[in-house]
Design a binder for this molecule. Structure first.
Ligand code: A2P
Length: 313
């Protein structure tokens, strides 16, 4: 798997990561087995978040992979976790990463990300936005906490997720260490072209989440894999629709986090580097009608417009 360079933190990251988000929820043994399977298949980059509740399983799987000799040292893995919106306050950032590190049984993560550009007023146990009260994020003070994580060696790199260009402007104006990356919902049906161009101009790498439209989690509605244009392209090239979607993301210069618990699909999703989409195919995909999958996260319209959420983001 090729690596991308993350300019602001002077480090590299495998362009494909395996997601560990909690839907569908599985028991720890199944989760650990799937992660070990992914390591065997060649995945070295794993993406979790405090709020997913999957850090402990990932930590258990990493320990087991080391014990089994599937990887020789911790440093062969690239591990990302995220600051929960419940802890998006200056003095809670370092305690929050320490809690994640305990869950992961690690001394550092490779990437620590602000999960959402808002603060959650009430601590809730499951995915935030359903029950919590959304409050504006004090980005200056929270980012100081993130920078401290890096200074303390608890995170090699620091970044954000779901940030619009406006929010990034605010962040860049105060950051001593600029964010290495912005993790965004992105796929052929949600291309975020303008936001990606903005990030590129500022030296912020983009990582796509839900590159397959998140099917069939509770957010997903199978629009990406159900796209006739992508399906026809896949047929004509002897590839799968998922591979077309993932290859398209990669050809945009974007890394990606995707999830599969199935060995065959894990392998399939890594097999996107020995072939490419033609200019004509890229052009066809660029004209697909846009459709956002994760509706509760609709803070970004197709032109990077902030559709303000109730709480006055
Ligand atoms: P499964 O675990 O059964 O493979 P996303 O990465 O956009 O969040 O989407 C993840 C979902 O897409 C998972 O539910 C996963 O199901 C499914 N998926 C992953 N890879 C493929 C693939 N190559 N073909 C079809 N579905 C896939």
């Amino acid at each position: 798997v090729p690596e991308v360079t993350l300019i602001s933190c002077d480090m590299t990251m495998p362009v494909i990561g395996m997601g560990t988000s909690p839907y569908p929820k599985v028991d720890p043994e199944t989760a650990i087995t799937a992660i070990l399977e992914a390591i065997r298949a060649g995945y070295r980059h794993f993406d979790t978040a405090f709020v997913y509740g999957s850090e402990r399983d990932l930590g258990g799987a990493i320990a087991e992979a080391l014990r089994l000799g599937l990887v020789k040292s911790r440093s062969e893995l690239f591990i990302t976790t995220k600051l929960s919106a419940s802890f998006a306050e200056r003095d809670l950032v370092v305690p929050a990463i320490n809690m994640s590190l305990r869950n992961l049984q690690l001394e550092y993560v490779d990437m620590y990300i602000i999960h959402w550009p808002f603060k959650l007023g009430k601590v809730v146990s499951s995915m935030p936005v359903e029950k919590g009260v959304l409050l504006p994020l004090d980005i200056k003070s929270v980012w100081e906490g993130m920078e401290e994580c890096k200074r303390l060696g608890l995170a090699r790199g620091i970044g954000v997720s779901n940030f619009t260009s406006e929010m990034l402007e605010d962040l860049l104006s105060i950051a001593k260490i600029p964010p290495a990356l912005n993790q965004l919902e992105m796929n052929p049906l949600w291309q975020l072209k303008e936001l990606r161009e903005f990030c590129k101009a500022k030296g912020i790498h983009v990582t796509a989440y839900s590159p397959l439209g998140s099917t069939p989690s509770r957010f997903g509605d199978n629009k990406v894999l159900g796209s006739k244009v992508l399906q026809d392209m896949a047929k004509a090239k002897g590839k799968t629709t998922a591979q077309i979607a993932l290859r398209w993301v990669y050809q945009q210069g974007v890394s990606l986090v995707t999830k599969s618990s199935n060995k065959e699909r894990m392998n399939q999703n890594l097999d996107i580097f020995s072939w490419s989409l033609t200019e004509e195919e890229l052009d066809k995909i660029s004209r697909l009608p846009q459709h956002k999958t994760i509706s509760f996260a609709s803070i970004m319209g197709p032109h990077d417009v902030v559709l303000r959420i109730d709480a006055g983001l």
